[in-house]
Design a protein around this ligand. Structure first.
Ligand code: BGC
Length: 273
């Protein structure tokens, strides 16, 4: 770890991170920030290998270490194989960022079981499957001198782990589930020196919520929900993820940090109520 005027601060030097869903959006931003912070990064993806290769190429040509690792996080066999690939390339894993997720929105009366299952399987079960493999790997390998922790798990949740979201019941339920998955894992694993925390992003400008920002009218309406007055960027989440993965947050476990420009402050109450 270095912190001086001439060298970049690399709090994750010598560590290995897996970021799920890292070929676009928030996951890509987190992967790039972790690589800059010194971690070797596995870029998980399920479709669009070209986008994953581009992230890998950008990181390696800047002097970092990265590999692409394909797996559907909701598929147990594929998740296991992905961890084997990471062990083959980098020896072990120190940091898991459970980011992969999607939306399949519909009003409740029209929501199909496929839409429900698709979102719960990837957003929630996928986080369980990857966390379980990560913890098994942390136990297998034991402490190493790169961190005070045996391992770190960061769950990418949402403001919708606490803000109800009509028209998105499957998504909000998956994020509410992540809250208790994260806290229960943190409670169970704290004595083993494994830290588990969440980041709750607000509206971050990525493909998942394009319809909420792509026209001036949509952006204007979105900004009424964000006291800070700007839409978030993937780097806002990436910087927080680096903090939660590093020993700078060594005494933090079982918490959600909302990175939302104030979206969870009930902005309607600034002038109402
Ligand atoms: C959703 C976005 C939404 C944001 C704020 C996120 O979790 O994925 O679509 O814009 O929450 O509502």
């Amino acid at each position: 770890m270095t912190r001086n005027a001439t060298t970049a601060y690399q709090p994750l030097a010598g560590q290995v991170a897996l970021v799920t869903g890292a070929n676009s959006g928030i996951g890509e931003g987190i992967a790039r920030c972790m690589a800059r912070a010194g971690a070797a990064v596995a870029i998980n993806y399920v479709v669009n290998p070209d986008a994953a290769s581009k992230v890998v190429k950008d990181i390696t040509s800047a002097g970092g270490k990265a590999i692409a690792a394909q797996a559907d996080v909701s598929n147990e066999t594929q998740v296991r194989k992905m961890f084997d690939t990471i062990r083959d390339s980098f020896g072990t894993l120190d940091i898991l960022v459970n980011n992969a997720g999607w939306q399949k929105d519909a009003p409740l009366a029209e929501m199909t079981l496929e839409q429900w299952n698709a979102v719960i399987n990837v957003n929630l079960t996928g986080q369980f499957l990857c966390a379980r493999e990560a913890v098994r790997e942390f136990f297998r390998r034991g402490m190493r001198p790169v961190s005070k922790a045996l391992g770190k798990i960061i769950c990418i949740s949402s403001v919708h782990e606490c803000i109800p979201w009509g028209g998105h019941c499957n998504y909000a339920a998956s994020k509410g589930g992540i809250l208790m998955l994260m806290k229960s894992m943190a409670q169970e694993l704290a004595g083993r020196k494994i830290r588990v925390n969440s980041i709750g992003p607000g509206a971050i400008q990525t493909p998942i919520n394009r319809s909420a920002w792509e026209t001036p009218d949509a952006m204007k309406s979105l900004l009424t929900l964000i006291p800070d007055g700007r839409i978030g960027q993937a780097e806002d989440i990436g910087r927080t993820a680096v903090f939660l993965a590093s020993d700078d947050s060594d005494y933090i476990t079982g918490q959600t940090i909302f990175v939302d420009g104030g979206m969870t402050l009930y902005p309607g109450f600034a002038t109402g109520g």
